[in-house]
Design a binder for this molecule. Structure first.
Ligand code: MFK
Length: 565
């Protein structure tokens, strides 16, 4: 009888083992400045495979429960979460996962430092990053639009490092009419003294155990549509700790994010304070959801990296057909392609974060602020989609074990799947790229940035790749006026392929840029190999969605007959 037992994958310090992160940070910060933040990153990299991992695993195994009544029949709507989930809150505070971005100790690189920490914290955290993302977004919205009282109370708590003081925030945007078309929001705000009371049902509220939430409502008598909506701040509990006229109906039974309480609830006159004046609520809450979209991209990349780290370690242990997987050419080729995809996503996302930091510190040029606006939906939609594709491949790298719950691997796939859904689906974000181009004139600066970077590539190992990307950029640039001339339907039908093309070419320009630096400064050819492979792909899979193409779309999508041309 065989006594063979397969070893589980093992991970070491997630900062030390991450060549991509360390090389990127070295370039951005330089040796001296990196030395100042490195001990903290290394500490977190260690916790990411020890106590945070344990808390995340326990929280995942003990999902939240809704307790509607107390034993005597009073409605309490308590949401019971595990101690591990509560401890993750404290860890997030003491590790400054949100605070680092607002202390701004590293100037316009503070967001890069902060997101490096988010990237290390996320994979083991049972997605505690969800409440943190909304918390960060709420802090930003209050910084931009809040009054002094909100800044003294909420902002201070949201950005605190003290676990006793730290608050998280919800972002309640979704109603039964849907998550995308927010303009249909039917929650009403009625004036009550200096403030308002809110009446309406919110269909998805994530992290419903938070102390506060930012939400949208229509002040009585305000016009229909999104411009008639206003942004509100509310605290969930009154001075006695009771929910403030909120009825929780139930918790959602979701595919993943199992530790995260996500509720359906009704506001029955909950007190709320107007943020940033009446109207234009969607524009104002965009300052929040643009931040959560960046968290989304960062978390997508961190899952891609975590999956690869596990698969790589396993490949060094698992023997099949007389050899380790790490010696099997087909398996090695699969891991290499996953690495290419991950590094492209990493550089795309961290470029976005650099721009956020500059924008917030006032050091961004006008062009850079426009690129930030356009790159936000692009990085979110691309990485959100790639994360679940990558997780699916990672599970396969483990064979049957990847499909078995107690290996922890299926969780990677389930939690990655949400990243292309919440915070704007792929198509909604593809349409947002068109909005950014139309309203912020972001296309010109975006293309110029890519071209300048690509034209500066001089290393002989990279020049052909740069030329290929430039050719793809030319095609993208030619596509846009053609699609515009074809009308709105043509533009929208091609929007996803257009957004993917922008993501891939922008990632290519970042990869080549980093590869050139890495060849020179680190004498390391690995990023160059990644960049060359990336650039050999079809970088601009554009679609010309003319009348004929859309007629075919309609027939194929809805399974209708198509008349022969
Ligand atoms: C690990 C990461 C964790 C992440 C946390 C997840 C937990 C949270 C779960 C959720 O809350 S999921 C719900 C998320 N919901 C969304 O993301 C909404 C998706 N739908 C959209 O994004 C729609 O495109 C949108 C709601 C914005 C459409 O709204 P409108 O009002 O029909 O569009 P319109 O009229 O074009 O825009 C209104 C204003 O907002 C315009 O400004 P003006 O008033 O000045 O004209 C727009 O320019 C502005 N705007 C829209 N999107 C913007 C923006 N401004 C800046 N950035 C944007 N992205």
């Amino acid at each position: 009888m065989s006594e063979f037992f397969q070893d589980a994958p093992r991970l070491g310090n997630q900062y030390d083992e991450d060549r991509v992160l360390r090389s990127y940070l070295l370039r951005r910060f330089g040796k001296e400045k990196l030395a100042a933040i490195e001990p903290g990153l290394r500490h977190l990299g260690g916790r990411a495979v020890t106590d945070i991992q344990q808390m995340g695993d326990i929280a995942e195994a003990n999902p939240p429960k809704h307790v509607p009544y107390d034993p005597w029949g009073r409605r309490i709507d308590h949401i019971e979460v595990s101690d591990a989930w509560k401890r993750l809150d404290g860890v997030a505070a003491e590790e400054g996962i949100v605070a680092t971005g607002y202390e701004r100790k590293e100037g316009d690189l503070s967001r890069v430092h902060q997101f490096a920490r988010i990237y290390l914290f996320n994979p083991p955290s049972a997605i505690y990053t969800c409440p943190l993302a909304m918390t960060d977004g709420a802090a930003r919205a209050i910084e931009l639009y809040g009054d002094e009282a909100m800044k003294q109370r909420a902002y201070k708590n949201l950005t605190s490092r003290d676990p006793q003081e730290f608050w998280t925030s919800g972002q309640w945007m979704t109603e039964r009419t849907g998550g995308s078309d927010v303009g249909g929001t039917s929650t009403i705000a009625k004036k009550d003294g200096d403030g308002y009371r809110l009446y309406g049902t919110k269909w998805f509220t994530s992290a419903t155990t938070s102390q506060m939430a930012m939400t949208l409502a229509r002040i009585e008598g305000a016009p229909e549509g999104s411009r008639g909506l206003s942004l509100f701040y509310l605290e969930l509990r009154d001075e006695q700790g009771r929910l403030d006229n909120i009825t929780v109906h139930r918790l959602k039974d979701k595919l993943g994010t199992k530790a995260l309480p996500t509720a359906e609830l009704t506001l029955n006159g909950t007190r709320a304070v107007l943020v940033g004046g009446e109207g234009h609520g969607v524009r104002k809450i965009a300052s929040l959801f643009n931040i959560t979209r960046m968290y989304n991209a960062c978390c997508a990349v961190s899952y891609m990296r975590r999956g690869l780290a596990l698969a790589r370690d396993y490949a060094g242990r698992r023997v099949a057909f007389g050899k380790r997987l790490s010696e099997q050419p087909a398996h090695v080729a699969t891991l290499a392609e996953l690495q290419v995809e991950y590094e492209a996503a990493f550089h795309l996302t961290f470029r976005l974060i650099e721009l956020l930091g500059k924008d917030e510190m006032g050091t961004a040029t006008e062009d850079e602020s426009a690129i930030l606006r356009l790159l936000t939906p692009i990085a979110k939609l691309y990485t959100g989609k790639q994360a679940s594709a990558s997780a699916s491949e990672v599970l396969e790298c483990f064979g049957g074990a990847g499909y078995v719950e107690d290996t922890g691997l299926p969780r990677l796939l389930r939690d990655s799947q949400v990243l292309s859904i919440w915070e704007g689906t792929t198509n909604v974000l593809a349409l947002d790229t068109l909005r950014a181009i139309e309203k912020e004139n972001a296309f010109g600066p975006f293309v110029k940035d890519m071209r300048e970077r690509l034209r500066a590539i001089s290393h002989p190992d990279l020049r052909d790749s740069a030329a290929r990307v430039l050719e793809a950029v030319d095609r993208i640039e030619a596509w846009l006026p053609q699609a515009l001339a074809g009308g709105l339907d043509s533009l929208q039908a091609g929007a996803r392929a257009f957004a993917f093309s922008l993501a891939r070419t922008y990632a290519a320009s970042q990869l080549l840029d980093h590869a050139e630096w890495s060849l020179r400064e680190e004498q390391d050819g690995r990023t160059a190999a990644v960049a060359r492979r990336w650039c050999a792909r079809d970088l601009a899979p554009l679609v010309t969605a003319d009348d004929g193409h859309r007629a075919e779309d309609a027939a194929l999508a809805m399974d209708r007959e198509l008349s022969r041309r």
